[in-house]
Design a protein around this ligand. Structure first.
Ligand SMILES: [Cu+2]
Length: 128
């Protein structure tokens, strides 16, 4: 298994952290805050043209993406190569969500509004 330099290393760390996060075992489910459960990727979009994190992780399968606007600029969230399958848009303080079924691998999330991706609205998504 080849890991590519520092990107591979940091992804491995992220996977380890995620793996340790579950713990416990209680059932329940319901609609408790899904942060960290691997099924929902919560992304916040800021006016400074950045997301709330440079890397996200999720568990393979059907994944829910939630994009929240923090500020006033319109932003989007798409997965590179899957732009036609899901495009979330936030404006006027709103939230948008959608689902994608992803296999294990590394993906790139970005905002497709002109100029935003190059300004920093790009993040890694590691699906394990
Ligand atoms: Cu944007």
């Amino acid at each position: 298994m080849r890991l590519r330099s520092t990107i591979g290393a940091s992804v491995a760390v992220a996977i380890l952290l995620t793996a340790c996060g579950g713990g416990g075992g209680g059932g329940g489910g319901g609609d408790a805050d899904p942060v960290g459960d691997g099924r929902t990727v919560r992304v916040e979009a800021f006016d400074r043209q950045d997301y709330n994190a440079d890397g996200f992780s999720a568990v393979a399968g059907e994944i829910t993406f939630r994009l929240s606007q923090v500020g006033i600029q319109e932003h989007t969230l798409v997965v590179e190569g899957m732009e036609d399958e899901m495009r979330l848009v936030v404006e006027d303080g709103g939230t948008d969500s959608g689902n994608l079924t992803l296999e294990p691998g590394r993906y790139i999330l970005y905002c497709d509004i002109a100029g935003h991706r190059s300004s920093g609205m790009e993040a890694r998504l590691t699906v394990g």
